[in-house]
Design a protein around this ligand. Structure first.
Ligand SMILES: *Cc1c(COP(=O)(O)O)cnc(C)c1O
Length: 231
């Protein structure tokens, strides 16, 4: 009988081959691509086994589910908050989750900065950008990015570590390519501003259905849920 942990290990072997192939196609170093295991589909016990299988990065999109999992296994990994974040929940996230992938408005930036200042830490955040323009998606409107980044640049306890986007759900992952390419263009534009606290070295993009295309377009964190953690 195969245990859950063994199943995760064999999926990781398979995924690492696909990551290497996508890197080979695009002339990238596979070391630049990190898997964030999105564990929203599984319980805290499974998260422990995923970490024991050798995964470092854990992603959760809801505070009420993510915090208990962090309390159970926090010290075994690096935690990423990837979902929409309400300002009143910031106090539960900052100090536990290392990265916040869903920075999309000024009130949230101010709340994160304030909480981080109280804890005397700097929180690396991703600007979530709504590249596809889908109305149902969270994320900054591209027209608002420059003013927003300038405001964040003055907040000493936030670092803009990267950009994040959600591609539309499509049958053919090729259709997501322009969205990923658009995010990489924003990364270059933001890096060229040379603003303090805006380093933008990371690109959080690609999920189970489209991660290979995202890697070809420069992803450094791929957020994998169903393809990795579902039994
Ligand atoms: C659920 C989720 C994912 C992972 O989705 P899969 O298609 O299951 O890989 C990635 N990012 C965010 C923000 C999510 O909520």
């Amino acid at each position: 009988m195969t245990t859950y942990q063994e199943m995760i290990q064999s999926k990781l072997t398979d995924l690492n081959q696909k990551i290497e192939a996508a890197c080979a196609r695009s002339g990238r170093d596979p070391q630049e691509v990190k898997i964030v295991a999105v564990t929203k589909y599984v319980d805290a016990d499974a998260v422990g086994q995923i970490l024991d299988a050798g995964v470092t990065h854990i992603g959760e999109n809801r505070v009420q589910d993510g915090v208990p999992k962090y309390e159970a296994h926090g010290d075994k990994g690096v935690w990423h908050f990837i979902g929409h974040l309400q300002t009143n929940k910031v106090k539960d996230v900052v100090g536990r989750f290392t990265y916040i992938h869903s920075l999309d408005r000024l009130s949230l930036a101010e709340a994160i900065n304030k909480r981080a200042e109280a804890l005397d830490i700097i929180v690396p955040c991703f600007l979530q950008i709504n590249i596809s323009g889908e109305e149902t998606k969270f994320g900054l409107d591209p027209n608002d990015i420059l003013a927003f980044v300038e405001a964040c640049s003055n907040m000493k306890h936030i670092r803009i570590a990267g950009c994040m986007t959600m591609a539309p759900v499509v049958d053919d992952p090729e259709e997501a390519r322009p969205v990923f390419r658009g995010l990489r263009e924003w990364q270059k534009r933001l890096q060229a501003l040379n603003l303090p606290n805006v380093t933008v070295e990371e690109l959080s993009m690609g999920m189970s259905g489209d991660f290979e295309v995202a890697i070809e377009e420069g992803a450094t964190f791929i957020r994998l849920g169903s393809i990795l953690v579902k039994p």
